[in-house]
Design a protein around this ligand. Structure first.
Ligand code: CU
Length: 448
């Protein structure tokens, strides 16, 4: 398999040919991609303005609905609208091929629902009756399984077992009454390996009938996924079992993942679902959050746990809650390979290996030394400060803050908290005297 690192490092073990297209890319097309990706083109209207291509979701809270619940906000996504028909909430999902952008500069052909991956978030209330039409515009059959939702067996969406496949061009209807509340998901149960690898999935949030205490001020929904989009290609490779290239929140990579916002003191909930093929230890800076719920609904308070990292296993959901404190606090998977783009495995380790580029270039004219003192050095190789790759391939590390490059990608986002929302136009600035700083001398009597 071609990935960025074995493409690059392969040249170190004599695959000169492999390094040729790399330099060509660096000089021409990918240089263009670099330039365009330095401007985020899809910042939503009225978003918190940021200077360095890190978009934030809107600061306005959605209004509490007539049914008395605070709607969730799906960063980079939306909630699916419905119509009320004789007391039944009617939804329509359309399974189809879409063009999807992970971040500016990388577009692929994916499969999703209603134009996006993940599909729009479905929201309803415990006790609601829902009727969900599913139209298949894919080139192969599909079905939808309502993951974690209690329903009649025949509505479970397992192709071949509980229903015939929904053939291309057909529409099926699912109908059931919601008997529970919690953070749930939906995904195909037909040719799952391909259809989920292509991006078909969504969140299904069921709000409790009665408002919860303590009340939630901001409710976010984030669906984790992984993709095998080999550098230079345009379609996910569904046969990959372990060597994924891209790690996403709501099918976006940092810095294109919209930050979540809150005002100091607000109670924030993040509902995390995982339909990827790896478990993800999701880590939040700045607070000890409480793990308060899952597919099983909001847990009784005596079951809550204080954590700073919570593993969200494959097929699981977890709700975390915390009271917001000011800052731009990062929220990311703690598997460090999951906060990079176009990662590969089985890569020779060049850390600490002297690679005199001038001398090596006499025998390997296109060899680019890398990895000798870590990967961060490669931010110096390009204008944008990140390692280029083949066309349609994101740099391994991206994003820039007030003090420089973040050297991140993949499953990495931020919770951006301010005392007064709407009165800031940039990344957070530490109040005087509260920031790490450079010194020229260390007192000599500190024991070491
Ligand atoms: Cu992870």
């Amino acid at each position: 398999m071609i990935n960025r690192r074995n493409l690059l490092v392969g040249s170190a073990v004599g695959l000169v040919a492999a390094s040729l297209p790399l330099r060509a890319q660096q000089d021409h097309s990918s240089h263009q991609a670099q330039t365009s990706s330095s401007h985020h083109q899809h910042t939503p209207k009225k978003a918190v303005k940021t200077t360095k291509n890190i978009p934030a979701v809107k600061t306005e809270k959605p209004a509490v609905t007539e049914q008395g619940y605070l709607p969730v906000v799906t960063p980079n996504g939306r909630t699916l609208p419905y119509r009320l028909n004789d007391g039944v909430k009617e939804f329509h999902l359309i399974a189809e091929e879409i063009e999807h952008e992970f971040a500016s500069g990388t577009k692929i052909k994916a499969w999703g629902y209603n134009g996006t991956t993940p599909g729009p978030t479905i929201e309803a209330v415990e006790g609601d009756r829902v009727r969900i039409y599913v139209t298949n515009k894919l080139p192969e059959h599909t079905s939808i399984h309502w993951h974690g939702i209690l329903l009649p067996w025949g509505m479970d969406g397992v192709t071949g077992l509980t229903q015939p496949p929904i053939k291309p061009g057909e529409t099926f209807v699912y109908e059931f009454t919601l008997q529970q509340h919690g953070t749930h998901m939906y995904h195909p149960h037909a040719d799952e390996m391909v259809q989920m690898a292509m991006g078909m999935m969504g969140m299904f949030i069921i709000h409790p009938k009665e408002p919860v205490t303590p009340a939630i001020d901001r409710d976010y929904a984030v669906l984790l996924h992984n993709w095998a989009v080999h550098p230079g290609t345009y379609r996910p490779d569904p046969s990959v079992m372990t060597e994924f290239d891209l790690w996403t929140m709501n099918s976006k990579v940092f810095p294109a993942i919209e930050s979540m916002v809150a005002q100091t003191g607000e109670r924030v909930r993040i509902r995390i679902g995982n339909l990827s093929m790896w478990n993800h230890p999701m880590h939040l800076h700045g607070v000890q959050f409480e793990v308060t719920g899952s597919d099983g609904g909001r847990w009784p308070q005596n079951q809550w746990r204080k954590e700073v990292t919570e593993i969200v296993g494959v097929g699981q959901t977890r709700d975390i809650e915390f009271v917001a404190v000011p800052g731009d606090w990062v929220f990311h998977c703690h598997m460090s390979h999951h906060t990079m783009n176009a990662m590969g495995h089985g890569v020779p380790n060049m850390l600490g290996v002297k690679q005199p580029e001038a001398q090596l270039n006499k025998v390997l004219p296109n060899y680019m030394a890398m990895g000798e003192s870590g990967m961060a050095e490669h931010q110096e190789h390009t204008d944008m400060g990140h390692m280029p790759g083949p066309e349609n391939t994101l740099p391994m590390m991206m994003g820039e803050g007030r003090y420089g490059k973040l050297e991140m990608g993949g499953m990495f986002s931020m919770i951006r908290v301010r005392d007064q929302l709407g009165h800031h136009a940039d990344l957070y600035e530490a109040p005087a005297g509260t920031q790490a700083r450079k010194v020229t001398q260390v007192p000599s009597d500190i024991p070491i």
